[in-house]
Design a protein around this ligand. Structure first.
Ligand code: ATP
Ligand code: MG
Length: 240
């Protein structure tokens, strides 16, 4: 079977009111892959994610999901067709328990019985969540909250997950654990678009990568090829 792009951005301009951030972004993610977006602070990585997920309307260009135009769709409609988004920073409900957060993760679903079974499935996959099921999410460690948020996103059985900086502020051992989980989700068939500042680690787990600077894509290619150009990437990331 020929590889196909599950997500495509064609000539996207986007920003905040008069502030134009993304300029002529052309980007694609192949079905089944881990595709990373690298770039320094302020490069436009989060703006790219927010534009795909319908939080910001692009001023130009087109976004396709499985070949269909989704440029005008809102977040709730995107969730229903199989796209989940984990934004930068914490996105759980800190005053609710782990279990309640997982139930919230399924909030657009109607199949209540199946939801229970899926939560049990997630407890098998992430035993730490089972252990903490009755603890308030806000009382978990940063790494545990990140795992919970990934599990919440999985409750909708997405075909594509957009993850913005999942390892920010985590201790190195937890970074490894979160990356392992992302790889495991990908192996089970979900396409991942991963925004990361840690280029080296991201390239290790990615199939393909894009490097952004000042709202533009400066470089892209198979992650293995980009790993050979670490110095060029470091320059774009502002590391000397
Ligand atoms: N809500 C907003 N209103 C106006 N400008 C914004 C807003 N959010 C971001 N920007 C601007 O858009 C540009 C890109 O920001 P963005 O958050 O997309 O970068 P980023 O690559 O995600 O950076 P970081 O690595 O720090 O998360 C920056 O110049 C930023 O100041
Ligand atoms: Mg960001």
């Amino acid at each position: 079977m020929a590889h196909k792009d599950i997500l495509e951005l064609i000539n996207i301009d986007s920003g905040y009111g008069d502030i134009e951030v993304l300029k002529e972004i052309t980007f694609s993610a192949r079905e089944g892959q881990i595709v990373s977006v690298l770039g320094a602070n302020g490069a436009g990585k989060s703006t790219l994610m927010k534009t795909v997920f319908g939080f910001i309307q692009p001023t130009r260009g087109k976004i396709l999901f499985e070949g269909k135009d989704i440029t005008q769709l809102k977040a709730i409609q995107l969730l229903k067709i199989g796209i989940s988004f984990l934004p930068e920073g914490r996105s759980n409900l800190p005053a609710m328990t782990v279990q309640e957060n997982l139930e919230m993760g399924a909030y657009i679903r109607r199949d209540t019985l199946k939801i229970k079974a899926d939560i049990e499935g997630l407890y098998k996959r992430f035993p730490i969540l089972k252990e903490k099921r009755n603890i308030m999410a806000g009382n978990l460690s940063g790494g545990q909250q990140q795992i919970l948020e990934i599990a919440m996103a999985l409750m909708l059985k997405p075909k594509l997950i957009l993850i913005d900086e999942p390892t920010l502020g985590l201790a190195p051992i937890l970074v490894t654990e979160v990356f392992n989980i992302i790889q495991e989700i990908n192996r089970s068939g979900t396409t991942i678009v991963l925004v990361e500042q840690n280029a080296k680690r991201a390239l290790e787990i990615s199939d393909y990568s894009f490097v952004m600077e000042l709202g533009k894509i400066r470089m892209h290619g198979p992650a293995q090829e980009l790993s050979q150009k670490a110095d060029v990437i470091a320059a774009y990331l502002g590391e000397r």
